[in-house]
Design a binder for this molecule. Structure first.
Ligand code: PPE
Length: 306
């Protein structure tokens, strides 16, 4: 992820605050114990408008993540969706951007019982370009396993979960790779540090199931629909590590990563080492959809006039 590009306003607990005033206390519970949940959403500039991709689905997931940790969000889904639209407008965003809602336990009590600490909610919006190289990425299988659901539920997009991703990401970068692929506790492929993964074999798609301790990605769900609409069969089933070495194509999906080809895993080239044809066709359709250029997918987009 690139350096932050500042905008004017961040919404905090019901009011729009100047970017530089959106701050927390050092003894904020979430800072010490990871007791927050968040979302990552993209909006795309196209046709003189902004299109927010699957806004309601992301806000719904924020509520599900919060519920797991007994955090009551004192707003309705629709209210938060309206705040996101308003933020794009008042910040006069006219380029591709990223939207980061976060719900977290604040200041008041120290110690592991979070329940007495206030719940805060904030949403920031900022210009955002590519997350991973568009040409594709070289990956390694991480020595760190994906956190198992019996220790931390990976289906909650919780702040604390990401310290697992951070270890894997640092390891991959220091070893000269672009991204890490984490296995689940049984040794099956789980996901990237911040992306879901798909492989292609004999023109069929495979992606790890929820019980491989993945975050149930919204891009993943979208790509399953897109691939099916293109006539491909998609299987959700456990994927063995070596299938990464022998598949015809592989790619990551995620809000930040969008559809990113995987060119190499642990030194083995995937296919001929460049983006595969099925990955390319799915990626192109995805890129048309998010910019409001493909009829039939309007329900995935929230249009904002700018
Ligand atoms: N798995 C993980 C662990 C993950 O963090 C993400 C999103 C996904 C899968 C894909 O989910 P979805 O965005 O709903 O398709 N990661 C977000 C945060 C990345 C970051 O660096 O921060 C994202 O892509 O916005």
């Amino acid at each position: 992820m690139s350096a932050l590009k500042e905008t004017n306003w961040i919404w905090v607990d019901g009011t729009f605050k100047p970017w530089s005033e959106a701050k927390v206390h050092i003894l904020t519970h979430a800072l010490h114990y990871g007791t927050g949940v968040f979302e990552g959403i993209r909006a795309y500039a196209s046709n003189g408008k902004m299109y927010i991709f699957r806004l309601k689905e992301h806000i719904d997931r924020l509520f599900r993540s919060a519920k797991i940790y007994f955090m009551d969000i004192p707003y309705a889904v629709e209210e938060l969706c309206s705040v996101v639209v308003e933020l794009i407008k008042i910040n006069e965003i006219r380029e591709d951007c990223y939207i980061r809602p976060i719900v977290f336990r604040g200041y008041g009590y120290i110690g592991l019982n979070p329940l007495n600490n206030p719940i805060h909610i904030a949403i920031a919006v900022f210009p955002f370009g590519k997350y991973l190289s568009t040409k594709g990425v070289r990956c390694c299988v991480s020595s760190w396993r994906r956190i198992p659901g019996y220790s931390l539920p990976p289906q909650a997009k919780a702040c604390g979960n990401y310290i697992n991703s951070v270890l894997a990401k640092i390891e991959a970068l220091r070893a000269g790779y672009d991204e890490a692929i984490l296995l689940d506790d049984k040794g099956y492929v789980s996901e990237g540090s911040g992306e879901n993964i798909f492989i292609v074999k004999d023109e069929k798609l495979y992606t790890p199931p929820v019980y491989s301790d993945i975050l149930e990605g919204i891009t993943r769900a979208s790509v399953i629909d897109i691939a099916s609409n293109l006539g491909y069969t998609v299987y959700e089933r456990p994927i063995a590590r070596v299938e990464l070495y022998t598949c015809d194509e592989a790619f990551f999906t995620g809000t930040a990563a969008e559809v990113t080809p995987i060119l190499e895993v642990d030194g083995r080239r995937i296919g001929d080492g460049s983006e595969g044809p099925i990955t390319r066709s799915i990626r192109r359709v995805f890129e048309e959809i998010v910019r409001g250029r493909l009829p039939g997918y309007e329900s995935w987009l929230t249009e904002v006039s700018i």
